[in-house]
Ligand binder design. Structure first.
Ligand code: BGC
Length: 547
C-alpha cells in the first residue's frame, strides 16, 4: 500500500462525527452532574470555595507561584484596579528527577528556594524589612505574619479542596509521580518549606490553573460580562466554571461566603469518561494508554492535550514503520526521492523513544502549506530524526497530525458545549445573559416608545446577522490558555465546529460565545484569589475580635 493511501486510511480513524459530538456532550453533562452530587466520580467536579469572580476594580500587591507542568513560575502582581496589572516573574524548569522524587519534601524545598531567590532579586526591601521585623519584634503575642506577602499557589493537579488554602492531592498527572505527596495538604507542604527558610510569605490561596484563568479573564475581559469558564489546553487539559451553589449537593467541608449563590467548580475534565462509554478510540490511543504511567486514567486528556498528541503521532508512525506493507521513510536511493538524497532514520531518532516527540510538530505540520513542505521536512529531521524525508512522507505526517489535532479540538469543543448547556447561559433571561431580543420583542419596544425605529432596525440587523442582540449581556465569555489553543492553527475553529454541531447551541448560540486568550491566568488569577482570601481572613479576624 502506498504511504499516501495508508496515511489517509489512518487519518480517517481519527474522524469524530457530529453525531459523536452530541453523544459526547450528553454524557459530559451527565458526568458533570454525577460529580456535583457524589465524591469519587470520574469527573471530580471539585468545589473551589471561590464564590465570586472579579470585576476589574481589585487592587493591591500579591505574590503567586505556579506548579503544573514543565516550569515553576514565581511572580508578584500589582493589581491597578482598572482591569490592568503589572507583573514581575521568574521561571525555572523543574528538574526531571524532582518530578518523580522519593519524597514530597525534596520538591517543595526546591520550590521554596525559588521563592527566596525571587524575593531577594525583586523585593529586597520587603524581604529585609521583614527579616528586621522578625528579629526585633518583642510583642507579647510574638511575631505575627500580617506583614507577609499573601501568595496564591497555583497547583494544577487534582486536589480535594477543603478550604480556600487547604487541599489534599488526589493524584498526580502529566508525568509527576511522588507517592508520599498523595493525600497530603499541598499548601502545608509548601508553607513548611517557606517557614524553614523564614520567608515573609503566607500561602493564602490554593488555585487550579483553570480557576486562575477564569479569574484573570474576568478581571481583564472587555465589557461587563463576567466570564463563565476558564479552560486550559496545554500540557494537560481542564476547565473551571461558575456553577449554581444549589446544584452542588455533595458535602462541602470548608467555610465560604454563601451570599452570591455561586461557586467556581474545577471539573477535572481530563478524566471525563475514563470508563470509555463515548470517547473515540483507535489502536494508537490504546497503545499510548497501555504504556503510560496511569493506564485507564485521564482518558479525555490523553486524546486532547499537548503532553499526548506528539506521542499519539509517534505511535502511529512507529506502527506504520512496523507495517511491511507500507514504505514510510524508506526511499532506498536518491532516485526515488525528490530531495536528491536517501531517506534515513537516524540511530538516535526520537521515533524510537517514548514521549520524545514534542506536540509542537503538529502545529508546524498544520502551518506549513508550501508546495514542497520545506519547513515541515526540516522539523521532521530535527524533531523526528529522519533525514531527507520525501515529500510523500512529509505529506503523510501532515495528514496524520491534522487528523489527531482536529479530533483533539473537536473533543475540546464537547467540553465547552457541555458547560455552556449545563449552566443554561444561552437561555433567554439567564442571569448574566438574557439572550437576543426576538423580532416580536423589538416590535413591542417600538410600540411602547422604548426604542426609536432606526435604533430598532440596527438592533434587528445585528441580531439577525450575528445572533448577538448588541447587548453585552448576551455574550457568553470563555477564557482559554495553553500552548495548543494558542499555537495550533485553527484549534478554536474546530472547537467552534463542535459548538455549532451541538443540539441546543447551533450556529446562533455559537456566535454568542466569545473565546479569548487569558494569558497569565496562573499569576494574575492566583493573585486575585489571594486577595479574596485576605479579605475573608480580615473579616474573620474582625468578627473574632468582636466576640
Ligand atoms: C490536571 C488539572 C490541570 C490541567 C491543566 C491536568 O492534568 O489534572 O488539574 O488543570 O492538567 O494544567
Amino acid at each position: 500500500m502506498s504511504v499516501t493511501t495508508e496515511a489517509k486510511r489512518i487519518a480517517a480513524e481519527f474522524e469524530y462525527s457530529d453525531v459523536a459530538v452530541n453523544e459526547g456532550v450528553k454524557e459530559f453533562i451527565a458526568q458533570m452532574n454525577e460529580g456535583l452530587q457524589k465524591n469519587a466520580t470520574t469527573m471530580s467536579q471539585i468545589p473551589t470555595y471561590v464564590t465570586a469572580v472579579p470585576n476589574g476594580t481589585e487592587k493591591g500587591l500579591y505574590m503567586a507561584v505556579d506548579l503544573g507542568g514543565t516550569n515553576f513560575r514565581v511572580c508578584s502582581i500589582e493589581l491597578h484596579g482598572d482591569t490592568t496589572f503589572s507583573l514581575v516573574q521568574s521561571k525555572v524548569a523543574i528538574p526531571k528527577e524532582l518530578m518523580v522524587a522519593k519524597t514530597a519534601k525534596e520538591l517543595f524545598a526546591f520550590l521554596a528556594k525559588q521563592i527566596e531567590l525571587f524575593l531577594k532579586e525583586h523585593h529586597e526591601d520587603h524581604f529585609e524589612a521583614s527579616v528586621r521585623h522578625r528579629t526585633t519584634v518583642s510583642t507579647p503575642g510574638g511575631y505575627t505574619d500580617d506583614k507577609a506577602f499573601r501568595m496564591g499557589f497555583t497547583f494544577s493537579f487534582p486536589v480535594h479542596q477543603v478550604g480556600i488554602n487547604k487541599g489534599t492531592l488526589i493524584r498526580w498527572t502529566k508525568g509527576f509521580d511522588i507517592e508520599d505527596a498523595v493525600g497530603q495538604d499541598v499548601c502545608e507542604l509548601l508553607q513548611r518549606e517557606i517557614d524553614t527558610l523564614k520567608l515573609p510569605v503566607k500561602v493564602a490561596a490554593l488555585v487550579n490553573d483553570t480557576v486562575g484563568t477564569l479569574m484573570a479573564r474576568s478581571y481583564t475581559s472587555p465589557g461587563k460580562t463576567s466570564t463563565l469558564l476558564g479552560a486550559i489546553f496545554g500540557t494537560g487539559t481542564n476547565g473551571a466554571y461558575v456553577e449554581q451553589l444549589n446544584k452542588i449537593t455533595k458535602p462541602m467541608e470548608g467555610d465560604f461566603d454563601k451570599t452570591t449563590g455561586l461557586m467556581v467548580v474545577n471539573t477535572e475534565w481530563g478524566s471525563f469518561d475514563n470508563t470509555m462509554k463515548v470517547l473515540p478510540t483507535t489502536k494508537y490511543d490504546q497503545i499510548l494508554d497501555r504504556d503510560s504511567i496511569n493506564p485507564g486514567i485521564q482518558m479525555f486528556e490523553k486524546r486532547v492535550s499537548g503532553m499526548f498528541l506528539g506521542e499519539i503521532l509517534r505511535t502511529v508512525l512507529v506502527e506504520m514503520l512496523n507495517e511491511n506493507a507500507c514504505s514510510l521513510f524508506s526511499d532506498k536511493d536518491s532516485s526515488q526521492n525528490d530531495y536528491h538524497s536517501t531517506t534515513q532514520i537516524l540511530p538516535n531518532s526520537p521515533l524510537h523513544k517514548q514521549w520524545a516527540v514534542d506536540s509542537s510538530i503538529l502545529s508546524v505540520a498544520e502551518a506549513d502549506n508550501s508546495s514542497g513542505l520545506k519547513i515541515l521536512r526540516q522539523f521532521i529531521e530535527k524533531d523526528l530524526g529522519v533525514a531527507a524525508a520525501s515529500l510523500e512522507d512529509a505529506q503523510a505526517v501532515k495528514d496524520i497530525s491534522h487528523a489527531i489535532a482536529k479530533r483533539a479540538a473537536r473533543l475540546s469543543g464537547v467540553a465547552l458545549a457541555g458547560i455552556v448547556l449545563q449552566t443554561g447561559r444561552l437561555d433567554p433571561g439567564a442571569g448574566d445573559n438574557p439572550g437576543p431580543k426576538s423580532a416580536a420583542a423589538i416590535a413591542e419596544d417600538i410600540k411602547a416608545g422604548n426604542i426609536g425605529e432606526a435604533a430598532a432596525a440596527t438592533a434587528k440587523k445585528l441580531a439577525d446577522t450575528t445572533g448577538i442582540s448588541g447587548n453585552e449581556e448576551d455574550i457568553v465569555d470563555i477564557g482559554v490558555d495553553g500552548s495548543l489553543v494558542e499555537f495550533y492553527p485553527g484549534f478554536e475553529d474546530y472547537m467552534r465546529e463542535s459548538l455549532r454541531a451541538t443540539e441546543g447551541i447551533g450556529a446562533t448560540g455559537e456566535r454568542r460565545i466569545r473565546i479569548g486568550i487569558a494569558k497569565d491566568g496562573s499569576g494574575v488569577g492566583a493573585a486575585l484569589i489571594a486577595l479574596v482570601a485576605a479579605k475573608m481572613e480580615k473579616m474573620l479576624t474582625a468578627s473574632n475580635a468582636g466576640n
